[in-house]
Design a protein around this ligand. Structure first.
Ligand SMILES: NC(=O)c1ccc[n+]([C@@H]2O[C@H](COP(=O)([O-])OP(=O)(O)OC[C@H]3O[C@@H](n4cnc5c(N)ncnc54)[C@H](OP(=O)(O)O)[C@@H]3O)[C@@H](O)[C@H]2O)c1
Length: 200
């Protein structure tokens, strides 16, 4: 995860993931502080800026503005309606990219505009609803999946259901996103898998 972040111009998240993860910073060194210097060297060699830009997608504009990752600086992708809800609330380190007037953001258009701002390599860490938007519009290139040696289960009690990798998008039978395994690495009992998405 640290390496993926180290290679990215931007880390793209739905704001639900930010809301669910207080105190996190979406930087390589937050994952693995001991390697902060190596990550910085790698970013320099790749001609990346010192840290990946955090990009948050929201329709509602309900961004927790005191979250440390927002204070460190983020680009908020929203509509004109969402931007009105954010007016005057964001720290100076943030900017807003408006895409459309209201409702969900047209994610394809948003990615085009982000690339136009020089954010060529975009790593998304989801969450599930944003991942669903990206998958159903054919906007994923690679998927990095970790298999951990634990069975988690879910019972849906208390109205809380831990979501899977994709939510809000039904892909099978007609719109399955097919992938091919590009690499598999093992560290102890963990498997780190890289899949390339086959383009239709
Ligand atoms: N295991 C993992 O690797 C992993 C990774 C990430 C997240 N998670 C977990 O996933 C859970 C959160 O799930 P989630 O599905 O709510 O996360 P999410 O996809 O990050 O956030 C969903 C929110 O993102 C915004 N959004 C997504 N697509 C949009 C679009 N096209 N236009 C406008 N806004 C859009 C909406 O925000 P508004 O409501 O503000 O409009 C939506 O409610 C958390 O428990 C988190 O810990 C797990």
């Amino acid at each position: 995860m640290g390496l993926l972040r180290a290679c990215a111009d931007a880390v793209l998240l739905g704001v639900g993931t930010l809301r669910a993860t207080p105190g996190h910073q979406w930087t390589p060194e937050h994952i693995y502080p001991d390697r902060a210097e190596s990550f910085a060297e790698l970013r320099n060699d790749l001609e990346r800026k010192p840290r990946p830009r955090l990009v948050l997608v929201t329709a509602s504009g309900d961004v927790p503005v005191s979250h440390p990752a927002v204070i460190s600086g983020a680009t908020i992708v929203t509509t004109a309606a969402g931007a009105r809800g954010l007016a005057g609330r964001l720290p100076d380190s943030c900017d807003v990219l408006e895409v459309g007037d209201s409702g969900p953001v047209d994610i394809r258009r948003a990615l085009d505009e982000l690339r136009g701002l020089g954010l060529g390599v975009i790593l998304t860490e989801g969450g599930p609803h944003l991942m669903g938007e990206l998958a159903k519009h054919g906007l994923l290139d690679d998927a990095f999946i970790t298999i951990s040696p634990v069975l988690a289960g879910r019972d849906g009690r208390d109205g809380e259901t831990r979501l899977g990798m994709i939510a809000g998008a039904e892909l099978l039978p007609g719109r399955g996103v097919w992938t091919e395994l590009r690499s598999a690495r093992r560290h102890g009992d963990f498997l780190f898998l890289r899949y390339g998405v086959k383009k239709a």
